[in-house]
Design a protein around this ligand. Structure first.
Ligand code: ATP
Ligand code: MG
Length: 403
């Protein structure tokens, strides 16, 4: 029935004269996500809206609708969208669209109940249009009563079974029924690209998703400790990265073997400091990757107070080893909320697959909870030739860009 899609985005995000950049980025991302699902679309910008056309301008099939819906729901920057019909900006065309769609739109509801409750919602961006929004709504509602029969429909403005939406603009008019909620936030790529530290755990994938929603394209860095952790740990993280890439043009996964550095820490430093020292090494390697790949910040799934390494003091000592800002989107989030989001992202079932963690290799039974920077620096000074060990770890990084 519908051959167009009307897309709405958060207008507040586009106030400061950057609307056109925002819209173009959003269109590129929508096009890319749909192309990846094998669907080629055309796009047109209207004031405050984007209209999507099918290449052939014909109606969308049910299968296409499902595929497009799934892609557009993952498009950051997009607030909501509706499959719609497009007409000319006059009441004759609007009424023709109402006539064309109302019987089919109401039929499934009329099978279930005698009286269908509905409302009409109109907007006009062309203020010179002869009818007000309210008058358009009344005309459309009257038409619906006429088409279905007054006994079978009733207006309900607050909780209707069905809402008919109409928009009259300068160059066209559109009609739609359902509105699908999308990802919101800002289009990926509208902010600087970043590097996320992705473990196989529950939290870091959620952090990646949240930061994508602020417009950052995310690349991933994972640390493993082969042969002390199995090779499958990287496979697991790779599957998580693939799931996350459904929201963006694929980010690259970098996998770094940190076991030699960990051995040096094991052999030369106070065992209670191992976890904090590992983390600082991770930050240093992350900084090296950021520098080489021109990424602007490091993202982690750290929260405050969740585990020993996440006391405020330890977080502070860890971040001092990074040359780049550390973004911790989960900082104030409750663990239950993080889990709820991980379930929604479909990363949760992969994350809970049991797998040894790089950070627990040689980990002491009682790690230090309130590390002091000077003590940590003293421990690090005991490591012979730390920089060349870091350089070796950095050189051995494997990249996966086909995910
Ligand atoms: P997660 O569920 O993301 O592993 P967590 O609650 O288990 O988080 P930690 O294990 O202390 O907490 O890790 C905190 C953060 O440090 C992770 O969210 C991740 O960003 C980073 N991190 C930890 N281990 C690794 C690793 N092996 N590779 C890459 N990043 C890691
Ligand atoms: Mg973890």
């Amino acid at each position: 029935m519908f051959n167009h899609i009307v897309c709405r985005y958060n207008e507040i995000a586009t106030k400061s004269g950057n609307r056109s950049v925002f819209e173009r980025r959003l269109i590129d991302n929508m096009r890319m996500l749909c192309l990846r699902a094998g669907i080629r679309l055309k796009f047109a910008r209207m004031r405050g809206r984007i209209l999507i056309y099918r290449e052939e301008n014909s109606e969308f099939t049910e299968e296409e609708r499902e595929k497009i819906t799934s892609c557009l729901k993952k498009c950051f920057g997009l607030d909501s969208f509706s499959f719609c019909l497009e007409g000319t900006p006059d009441m004759k065309s609007v009424m023709e669209m109402v006539e064309k769609t109302v019987p089919a739109a109401f039929a499934p509801l009329l099978e279930k109940k005698d009286t269908v409750e509905f409302r009409t919602r109109a907007r006009r961006s062309d203020k010179s249009f002869p009818l007000t929004s309210r008058e358009i709504e009344i005309e459309a509602a009257t038409k619906i009563e006429e088409l279905i029969g007054a006994g079978h429909v009733k207006v309900n403005l607050t909780n209707p079974d069905i809402t008919l939406g109409l928009e009259v603009r300068e160059k066209n008019s559109i009609l739609f029924y359902d509105s699908v909620k999308s990802a919101g936030g800002l289009p990926v790529g509208s902010n600087a690209p970043v590097l996320a530290l992705l473990s196989g755990g529950i939290d870091s994938p959620v952090a990646c998703h949240m930061i994508m929603g602020r417009g950052c394209h995310v690349n991933f860095l994972t640390f493993h400790s082969y042969p002390y952790t199995p090779t499958e740990t990287v496979g697991k993280v790779r599957r998580i990265a693939t799931l996350l890439n459904r929201w963006q043009a694929p980010g690259t996964l970098y996998a770094c073997n940190i076991s030699e550095v960990q051995k040096l820490i094991r052999d030369h430093c106070d065992p209670r400091y191992r976890t904090v020292l590992y983390r600082r090494m991770m930050m240093r390697i992350a900084s090296m990757v950021c520098r080489e790949k021109k990424l602007h910040a490091v993202v982690t799934g750290e929260s405050v107070g969740q585990v020993a390494s996440q006391t405020v003091e330890n977080l502070s000592v860890i971040e001092k080893a990074s040359d780049y800002p550390i973004l911790r989107p989960l900082c104030g989030l409750d663990k239950n909320e993080t889990i709820r989001r991980a379930v929604e992202l479909e990363t949760f079932p992969v994350s809970i697959e049991p797998m040894p963690d790089s950070c627990t290799v040689f980990a002491p039974p009682s790690p230090v909870l309130h590390a002091k920077l000077h003590t940590v620096e003293f421990e690090e000074s005991k490591i012979p030739d730390m920089n060349s060990a870091l350089e070796k770890a950095f050189q051995s990084i494997e990249s996966f860009s086909d995910i």
